[in-house]
Design a protein around this ligand. Structure first.
Ligand code: AMP
Ligand code: MG
Length: 321
């Protein structure tokens, strides 16, 4: 079964996180066994993002939500690391500023939505407004409880305008979180990730679970599905998210845009330029073999600190072109 089916929250279903094993790794026993599949998904992601950018017809929004230390940063690094920075963007949503709070909760989100051709990842999102906001009683129930419908409408609008929306909940166990908190304590390079709120938030695990379950159940729609990713194993989390993003992008049937120029005419121009280049050089162009030999000579000369060889059929080396 495709991962995009296996981990998708079916619209209208009731999510029970306790029923989903965060240790699950499908057929893979360890990172090594998943490596080939991960590399394949990564390569696919790279090609598909290039196509999305080139096509310039639609965009992709990936929403990441999770409790602390579940791996949002690592997932972003893995998924976007596979892509060309040109055409990708990450936006992290923090505690809203005074100005953001003065607007409706979707105001700051809309501004960060992807533009055509772009892949954007949200590190936290509008879902915080039915999660942390609810758990900490930052707004009253009549306010947050209306937000599920507002979120569904908002996402429907994005989709109608050509943005594909994929939402991932990175599911870890409390034991795994504690282990990762320890790793943060033991590694000075990770101390910056430690927050004063970590243990207070951890105590609210049952409340967050309830809030997540309701959010996942009420807002996993056909147009903007949620995926619950077993994330105790980072390598499996990366594999699953990459595969789902790749599977979705693949299903879009994207095509390179038609060239804006007459390729045959440009080809003729190229050959013309090539001929006049040969005339200036007075010789034929390099054969592939000659070019390879020259490149090798260059490399060898470089390694030995000698000057690079002169081009056999061209201008004298040293002259500016
Ligand atoms: P981090 O993701 O660790 O950088 O932390 C960002 C913090 O901002 C988290 O504690 C979030 O719960 C908090 N946050 C994000 N969005 C909101 C929101 N809409 N309301 C309140 N807190 C938020
Ligand atoms: Mg944090």
């Amino acid at each position: 079964m495709k991962y995009s089916e296996l981990f998708r929250v079916k619209p209208g279903s009731q999510v029970r996180l306790s029923k989903i094993d965060p240790e699950f790794t499908a057929k893979h026993k360890n990172k090594k066994s998943a490596l080939r599949e991960t590399e394949k998904a990564t390569a696919k992601l790279r090609n598909l993002q290039y196509l999305l950018y080139a096509e310039g017809k639609r965009s992709l929004l990936v929403v990441l939500q999770a409790l602390d230390a579940a791996g949002k940063d690592g997932t972003i690094n893995h998924v976007l690391g596979a892509m060309n920075p040109q055409g990708t963007r990450v936006h992290g949503f923090k505690v809203p500023s005074a100005e953001e709070r003065a607007h409706d909760f979707l105001w700051r989100i809309e501004q960060q939505a992807p533009k055509i051709g772009e892949v954007v990842i949200f590190n936290r999102s509008h879902y915080e407004d039915v999660l942390v906001t609810r758990v900490h009683g930052l707004v009253p129930k009549p306010v947050w409880s209306k937000r599920y419908a507002l979120i569904n409408d908002f996402e429907k609008g994005l989709v109608a305008n050509g943005t594909h929306v994929l939402k991932f909940f990175l599911h870890i166990s409390p034991e795994e979180q504690l282990l990762r908190f320890k790793q943060r304590l033991d590694d000075a390079a990770r101390h910056w990730k430690i927050s004063d709120a970590d243990y207070a938030e951890r105590k609210l695990w049952p409340d967050y679970t309830k809030a997540y379950e309701e959010a996942l159940s009420k807002t996993s729609t056909k147009h903007a599905p949620w995926f619950v990713i077993p994330s105790n194993n980072k390598w499996f989390r990366n594999l699953a998210v990459s595969k789902i993003v790749a599977e979705t992008m693949e299903s879009l049937g994207m095509k390179f845009p038609k060239p804006t120029v007459d390729i045959e005419r440009v080809r003729r121009q190229y050959h013309e330029a090539e001929r006049s280049e040969e005339k200036i050089l007075g010789k034929k162009k390099w054969t592939a073999l000659e070019a390879r030999e020259a490149a090798k000579e260059c490399k060898d000369a470089g390694a030995k600190g000698k000057p690079a060889p002169e081009r056999k059929h061209g201008k004298k080396a040293g002259k500016d072109s």
